[in-house]
Ligand binder design. Structure first.
Ligand code: GUN
Ligand code: FE
Length: 421
């Protein structure tokens, strides 16, 4: 057992912060034993790590990111989704048949997640089994949590990225045998790229794998208007894009996260709600690919769970703190045209990034008893915090801070040091 002392801020519920000035968090076997304003009698004598005048907050969770698009981060922003995939994304992902290249890039990627305080990640890899294994092992080596998907795709892409269904299943099963261990921080997630990339047979095998091995599922949903029209053509029997996944057992039959959902409404929204599908909101990607503005307020009102994703390289920014700012800003643009849709408060956005997202990994994202101790220590003194309240200090860090102010990072109770390149 160990006790950490600092100013503690977190969100149990979306509407307000819990703020404990000079509070204590007791951690045992990686999990939170309790959070206290005053040290209780039963903890007297336990070692205390006193961080002083700094902020201790839950670590960030990136619910949607493409590790193999890391080299394209911050470039090639001149196209919408479908031509962007063909011209920039598929050619880059094709390079991951080369495991040396993959390792070099994936090391940078994991190191930079670490830099920005992201301790849990839901990632797409590529179709390549060996490279995917490298990424999973790098997360393991770092001690950071991740659900990593070997991508499945077999149509409407270059030959270098198309796999036969049989081959895809075999590769998935091999990675599942190797990595699907209880309590492991790094696990596989079934990852059909999106409907246009997968034949019905591929989708149905993905659904079978998810069910047979009880694995979560991730994909893309209703991101771009052209994409949605294409899916309608490809899957004429389905009532909505989401229904197409649903028909193959890929829409909440096991825990499912769908990126974007910019244009989700009507029966698709109802199905998401009914099946408990989580939305990965990726505001920077939606800006850069001119996709649109996801209606996060409506999702919250409907009780649909939401997390935030960087979606590198559609998105350009790996910081989930920054994503929280963009999510608030998107909601303010919605508010400009519809005053009945209140914009997101800071506590709502923080809760989305931490506790709401964290639920996809188990008890993650809050400082409540039994939760994994995933935490960041923020030393914000260089942001001139004289006379600011603790909440304003956190707000300023979220808006203005970066990796330089993150002094310590913990994942499931273990301090995570900088991964080596
Ligand atoms: N839809 C299918 N593949 C992708 C991708 O790589 N990025 C984004 N943003 N959307 C996609
Ligand atoms: Fe994506």
């Amino acid at each position: 057992m160990k006790i950490y002392k600092a100013h503690i801020l977190f969100t149990k519920v979306k509407d307000k912060f819990e703020i404990i000035e000079n509070g204590y968090i007791a951690v045992e076997n990686g999990r939170i034993e309790g959070v206290y304003a005053h040290l209780p009698g039963h903890l007297k004598g336990v070692e205390i790590v006193d961080f002083g005048d700094k902020l201790l907050i839950p670590a960030m969770n990136d619910m949607h990111v493409h590790a193999p698009q890391y080299r394209n981060q911050g470039i090639a922003m001149d196209l919408e989704l479908l031509p962007w995939l063909d011209n920039y994304t598929f050619p880059e992902e094709s390079k991951y048949c080369d495991t040396k290249y993959a390792e070099r890039m994936y090391r940078r990627f994991v190191r930079d997640l670490w830099r920005f305080g992201t301790m849990r990640t839901v990632a797409f890899a590529t179709i390549h089994k060996e490279s995917t294994r490298i990424l999973m092992n790098l997360f393991k080596e770092a001690g950071m949590g991740a659900l990593v998907g070997k991508v499945d795709m077999n149509r409407n892409c270059p030959e270098s990225l198309a796999q036969s269904v049989q081959e895809a299943v075999k590769d998935n099963e091999e990675l599942i045998q190797e990595f699907n261990q209880q309590d492991s921080l790094v696990k596989p997630i079934i990852t059909p790229r999106f409907v246009p990339s997968c034949t019905p047979q591929m989708l149905s095998e993905c659904g079978r794998l998810a069910k047979e091995y009880n694995l979560p599922v991730q994909s893309h949903l209703s991101e771009n208007v052209g994409e949605i029209a294409w899916v309608k053509d490809l899957e004429p029997e389905s009532r909505s894009y989401g229904d197409a996944y649903n028909r193959y057992g890929l829409f909440g039959q096991t825990p499912t996260i769908m990126a974007h959902c910019v244009w989700t409404k009507g029966s698709e929204l109802e199905l998401m709600k009914k099946n408990g599908v989580m939305v990965a909101h990726c505001p920077t990607s939606n800006f850069n690919l001119s996709s649109g503005m996801a209606p996060i307020r409506s999702f919250l009102d409907e009780g649909i769970s939401v997390g935030l994703g960087s979606d590198i390289s559609g998105g350009h920014d790996l910081s989930i703190f920054r994503m929280l700012v963009y999510a608030i800003q998107v909601s303010k643009m919605h508010y400009c045209t519809n005053k009945n849709m209140p914009f997101l408060s800071l506590s709502e956005a923080f809760w989305i990034a931490t506790k709401s997202a964290g639920a996809f990994f188990g008890k993650v994202g809050s400082f409540e008893q039994g939760y994994d101790f995933d935490a960041l220590l923020i030393d914000d003194k260089e942001l001139n915090h004289d006379n600011y309240s603790l909440l304003h200090r956190l707000e300023r860090y979220i808006y203005l801070g970066d990796d330089r102010q993150i002094q310590h990072r913990f994942c499931r109770g273990i301090e995570i040091n900088e991964p080596q390149l």
